[in-house]
Design a protein around this ligand. Structure first.
Ligand code: AHR
Length: 649
């Protein structure tokens, strides 16, 4: 593909030295098609992305499996311990999945002095006015005690009751109780706890305690509404799941074992996630798929491929075969007919008869970490088996072009390769003009399956990084935007791209990685400047790539056009600290509307958003007028600008 972009020429220092800064767009012909699935999302359980994040469950350690020794996140009420004691109990479990329960022994209580147990939630609870919360409790009691129990959302000190309900009818056998707690005209707060109390002495066991606020599309076991809205606003075309490291696990036993994530919640034991905490698996395989469906995004499924993070690999051949079968069955669960396939029928039983559309399967994650060199043969075994059963599917290697050639898959030609780029903003700005030059245009399609700019000097996996704010500043967003422009310029080859990680619960105990795209606590959420940069890109894109070139300027950019209407989206990124009067030269344009809509994300590099200042850096809309095929647009310092031109070639 011949493109003007190979003609990038940069000012040696600041743009103030530039004589004639110009950005040229050749409108006479398109040089490629924009991938319709270019912008998507990547997700895994990290930073309490699901438990304590998108997955709307409010009770932390709901099945008492988080810790083997103590009932973490649970405490006796009153906190003095007078009259109530709690302990983990392994006798008479509900089933072999929930192999433990919480025993509450109340020795002293009356109407005015209830005693019981409280849960601290995921760093509090989102108490909102006039809201329904659905509680589900699996409980049994000592012989002769039938209740009642009071289930309530209360203030942290217990003095204010936001909502409460009584349940009775307990017996010596396990029984499930479901009640709805409804708040009145309360003030929104996170400073709350969930309580189950008795007004008389008694012993009760709990195996599972769950509380859900209203969810997106009202799905039971569903997702948090505010976070889903933020994702939908990014207009994602695909969702890569379930990882990342999360698909691999630290060990083979703690991989994402999809079969254990299906069906009733009481059948899901959860598992230790590689980011240091236990995952409930409440957001399991079907929930991932329904999440994609709710966003109108296609699933990009990563399957476990026989390598786990602590360096274990399964030998290709007979040893690997059970894992290959596991992947084939997983694909059948996603795509199989509900009537004629075993796993399609299982999906229907779980509530989704209609098969999901699937085009891409990723074999593992970052397998360059497997120093045994087994990936080539593991990939071949998985890919051959997948294609034999599902010839329409494309397989993705996790070792991309950015890795040394010695690591690349040689025994097969993968359909697509997954590249991961975590770089400083400055590195992105430097590498972006030539980004796609290194790619073999006859090689595999490219998926930039994880990328993010950090500000510097701490890289995401550096411990010092965790002490920085969880989401990045505008400086990083400028690097992100330069990189996105580079990917969009080559989006005939780069078919999909997604930032990672997507989510962070901002409470210090919840975080493992920075930078992250969207931050939240129990009740509020905000987008980082990078979130808004992505939004600018993903919502303003045409279907044809136009050739572009920068001269005598540090401004980088890209241009796409909607073939049907001629409308052009021009995206420009000014990383410099000075305003840049940029000559925009639209070559070959026959007619141009004199007015255009503009969206600008700008500020100082240190500007950032947070829970308390969620909108310090947000896009601003404006219009420009008096446009001609050659016009000057002054780029603000440190800015990302989208100009929506109405043109005809
Ligand atoms: O995005 C965080 C981690 O970075 C992913 O789990 C892993 O694939 C990469 O190393």
């Amino acid at each position: 593909m011949k493109k003007l972009s190979s003609l990038f020429i940069f000012a040696v220092t600041g743009s103030c030295l530039a004589a004639n800064p110009t950005f040229t767009v050749d409108v006479s012909q398109s040089v490629g098609k924009v991938s319709p699935t270019l912008y998507g999302l990547m997700t895994e359980e990290i930073n309490h992305s699901y438990d304590g994040g998108l997955y709307a469950e409010l009770i932390q350690n709901r099945a008492f499996l988080s810790d083997d020794a103590t009932p973490v996140n649970w405490s006796a009420v009153p906190s003095s311990g007078a009259g109530a004691a709690i302990a983990l109990d392994s006798t008479r479990p509900f089933n072999d999945k929930l192999k433990r329960s919480l025993r509450l022994t109340v020795t002293q209580a009356d109407k005015n002095h209830p005693a019981g147990v409280a849960n601290s939630g995921y760093w509090g609870f989102p108490v909102q006015p006039k809201t329904h919360y659905r509680a589900a409790i699996l409980a049994r009691a000592e012989a002769g005690f039938s209740g009642p129990l009071t289930v309530a959302l209360v203030s942290e000190d217990g003095s204010t009751v936001y909502a409460s309900k009584k349940i009775s009818g307990l017996s010596a056998d396990w029984k499930k109780f479901e009640v709805t707690l409804t708040t009145g005209k309360v003030e929104a707060t996170t400073k709350a706890r969930f309580e189950i109390t008795l007004e008389q002495p008694g012993t009760v066991w709990f195996s599972f305690v769950s509380l859900f606020p209203p969810t997106w599309n009202d799905r039971p076991n569903g997702l948090r509404k505010d976070l889903m809205q933020m994702l939908v606003d990014l207009n994602p075309k695909f969702l890569r799941f379930p990882g990342g490291n999360y698909v691999e696990g630290d060990t083979i036993e703690t991989r994402f074992e999809w079969k254990k994530t299906l069906g009733p919640l009481e059948e899901r034991p959860g598992h230790q996630c590689p980011w240091g905490y236990r995952s409930t698996d409440g957001l399991g395989l079907l929930e991932f798929l329904e999440w994609s469906e709710d966003m109108k995004a296609e699933p990009v499924l990563a399957v476990y491929a026989g390598y786990s993070l602590k360096g274990m690999h399964v030998n290709p051949g007979a040893d690997l075969e059970p894992f290959v079968q596991e992947a084939l069955e997983e694909i059948e669960y996603v795509t199989g007919d509900a009537k004629t396939t075993k796993w399609g029928a299982e999906r229907a039983k779980n509530g989704h008869p209609k098969p999901f559309k699937l085009r891409y399967v990723e074999v593992g994650n970052e397998d360059w970490f497997d120093k045994s060199g087994s990936y080539d043969a593991r990939f071949a075994q998985f890919s051959d088996a997948i294609k034999a059963r599902y010839p329409q599917l494309k397989t993705i290697t996790t070792i991309g072009n950015d890795q040394p050639a010695t690591n690349h898959i040689k025994s097969r030609k993968p359909d697509m390769e997954d590249e991961h780029y975590y770089r400083s903003a400055d590195e992105f700005i430097k590498m972006s003009p030539d980004f796609a030059v290194k790619y073999d245009r006859y090689g595999p399609e490219v998926f930039v399956g994880e990328w993010a700019a950090y500000e510097t000097p701490f890289v995401p996996w550096d411990d010092r990084s965790k002490k920085e704010p969880p989401t990045p500043s505008l400086k990083a967003a400028i690097g992100d935007a330069a990189f996105m422009a580079a990917m969009e310029r080559s989006s005939d080859l780069i078919r999909m791209q997604c930032y990672a990680p997507l989510f962070v619960n901002v409470n210090p105990g919840a975080r493992q990685w920075r930078p992250d795209l969207i931050g939240y606590d129990a009740i509020s959420a905000y987008g980082s400047p990078s979130y808004y940069a992505i939004q600018l890109f993903s919502r303003n894109v045409g279907d044809e790539i136009l050739s572009t070139a920068s001269a005598e300027t540090e401004v980088q950019g890209c241009a796409t056009r909607v073939a049907r209407s001629g409308e052009i989206f021009l995206k420009l990124v000014n990383p410099s600290a000075t305003a840049e009067p940029l000559k925009i030269d639209l070559k070959g344009v026959a007619s141009l509307a004199s007015k255009a809509k503009v969206i600008t994300l700008a500020g100082t590099p240190e500007d950032s958003n947070s829970i308390t200042q969620p909108t310090q850096v947000v896009p601003v809309k404006s219009t420009v007028s008096g446009l001609k095929p050659e016009f000057t647009y002054t780029m603000p310092p440190h800015s990302v600008v989208v100009i929506n031109l109405k043109a005809r070639p």
